[in-house]
Design a protein around this ligand. Structure first.
Ligand code: BG6
Length: 506
């Protein structure tokens, strides 16, 4: 076995003030502060750094700091290094205010000036919008009107927008327009936490740093592609958000389309933000837009009923707190998409995602065309195993190749075998929140992992016909599936009518 390789070292990010709107929320405690702490441990957080929390609750900076001190050990992904904890906490200030009130921005402005002087952060500011989506446009407007996000005379000003970016094509366009009337595109960082996953980033390296795959990465050799993001988690306490959203909006135009575009994009001319983002947007732009009949034919939506997961009984989705008793919101979606370009014509891409499934499993599986079995016609062999290249994203991080091998012995017999590369065998990485690289990249101004306005809109354009047809016919074809199963049988039929089948979720 090779000796394990530690992660590459990088230099600390630019001095800056990290301003979090929605600072008392779950995201701040669970992910953002633990990620900043991990950056501090790795020496990537700049020495000149300040963290400013903005939220509505009446609270002093001391109380906010004490709150973070309590939750950080709970959510930290690695052992606590008290010096790094103290360093992060010492940088914290709290600003109370309604994010839709001018006075908040006056107070924030004064506090920023004070802190910037004290901590020498050079005027660089990163505004992180960790609020519910209704806050994105108003906060953007206030940051614009107050001048706090204006870039002039050197220092950078960047705004990170959380998901969901819009709820459909029209709202995503409107949000882009609004933000772009205040900020330049290179100041806007639309976050998709799937791009923070190492295995997702590695798709680019697998495809473009190896001479092996690109020549066969096309319709001449690939039969179809399956993209699965399965969760065993139920909707749990997120009913209020989820019931108005559904699996399609929650997962597809963002996370699944990031996987799709990385898998199917053309090679970018350079490994640089604009080149990569342009190719990704182009790919999404080439996905065939479906009419209403095709939308019904090429999609399956399902909702989980009761069942058992991890030996525990699960209530049906409709009995989740804050979910309507007659809800038609889908907790599962499967789509068949076609891409209208030279590389992918006639190669179906099957995507599926759902809650309360049998296991958590995210993977991309590329099925290569079958070898002609005819050569073996005078032997007992009547079928060959399928050739899959599988990229395991989580929880198992691997790349596996499935192919046929001869069973040892005097007669010819064949069975499918596998060759697997596991990340953990080669690389020594400390567990992380998945936000570290994204935050660090934003602090150094590298937007390669952040989708651009055109990419976001191209994604919504693809899912819009499905949203429309389901809105018009809320009950039509809503399948149900048992919690703890692999999804509705209708999803199996989606592939079966093309003579294909899903890989198991195990
Ligand atoms: C979020 C969705 O964006 O992604 C959640 O809102 C989902 O519903 C989550 O559970 C999945 O992320 P991960 O990293 O656990 O696959």
């Amino acid at each position: 076995m090779n000796r394990k390789t530690a992660p590459t070292r990088a230099k600390p990010a630019d001095p800056c003030c990290f301003v979090i709107f929605g600072a008392t929320g779950d995201l701040t405690h669970r992910l953002l502060v633990p990620a900043l702490y991990n950056l501090a441990v790795e020496g990537l957080l700049p020495e000149a750094f300040a963290l400013l929390g903005v939220a509505r609750s009446e609270m002093s900076s001391e109380a906010f700091r004490a709150d973070l001190a309590k939750t950080l050990p709970k959510f930290a992904t690695r052992d606590i290094d008290q010096r790094a904890v103290d360093r992060v906490l010492a940088s914290v200030t709290y600003v109370q205010g309604d994010p839709d009130d001018n006075a908040t921005y006056e107070r924030l402005g004064r506090e920023l000036e004070r802190v910037e002087g004290e901590r020498q952060t050079k005027g660089n500011r990163l505004f992180y919008l960790a609020t519910p989506p209704a806050g994105f446009a108003p906060i953007g407007r206030h940051l614009g009107n107050s001048g706090l996000a204006r870039e002039e005379d050197g220092p950078w000003r960047r705004v990170v927008i959380e998901k969901p970016f819009g709820t459909d094509l029209a709202s995503a366009r409107a949000l882009n327009q609004e933000l772009l009337s205040i900020l330049k595109e290179d100041q806007i960082f639309r976050i998709d936490h799937y791009l923070g996953k190492e295995t997702v980033q590695n798709i680019l390296v697998l495809r473009f740093a190896n001479g092996l795959f690109e020549p066969i990465w096309n319709r001449d050799h690939i039969d179809h592609v399956q993209i699965t993001v399965a969760e065993s988690l139920t909707v749990g306490r997120r009913g209020a958000y989820y019931d108005g959203t559904g699996a399609l909006r929650d997962m597809v135009p963002n996370h699944l389309f990031q996987l799709l575009s990385l898998i199917a994009m053309e090679p970018p001319s350079r490994f640089a933000a604009d080149a990569v983002r342009a190719e990704k947007a182009q790919l999404l732009d080439a996905v065939q837009l479906v009419d209403r009949d095709e939308a019904l034919r090429n999609a399956v939506r399902g909702q989980y009923g009761e069942g058992i997961i991890d030996n525990k009984p699960v209530e049906p989705y409709r009995r989740t707190p804050n979910v309507a008793a007659d809800s038609t919101t889908e907790t599962y979606v499967a789509l068949k998409l076609m891409i209208d370009n030279w590389r992918w014509a006639n190669v179906p891409f099957y995507l599926r995602t759902g809650k309360a499934l049998s296991a958590k499993q995210s993977e991309v599986a590329i099925k290569f065309k079958q070898a002609p079995v005819a050569m073996f016609r005078d032997t007992p062999i009547d079928r060959l195993a399928e050739n899959f290249l599988v990229i395991g994203i989580q929880p198992n991080e691997f790349i596996g190749l499935e192919f046929n091998a001869k069973i040892p012995g005097p007669s010819i017999a064949i069975r499918g075998v596998g060759m697997t590369f596991k990340y953990q065998d080669y690389f020594d990485t400390a567990p992380s929140t998945g936000y570290e690289t994204l935050i660090y990249d934003c602090m150094i101004g590298d937007a390669i992992l952040y989708p651009r306005a055109d990419g976001i809109e191209a994604g919504w354009r693809v899912v819009q016909p499905f949203l429309d047809v389901w809105r018009e016919q809320p009950d039509k074809d809503l399948a149900t599936y048992r919690a703890g199963s692999e999804g509705p049988k209708e999803a199996d039929a989606l592939l079966a009518k093309d003579g294909r089948r899903w890989r198991p979720i195990a």
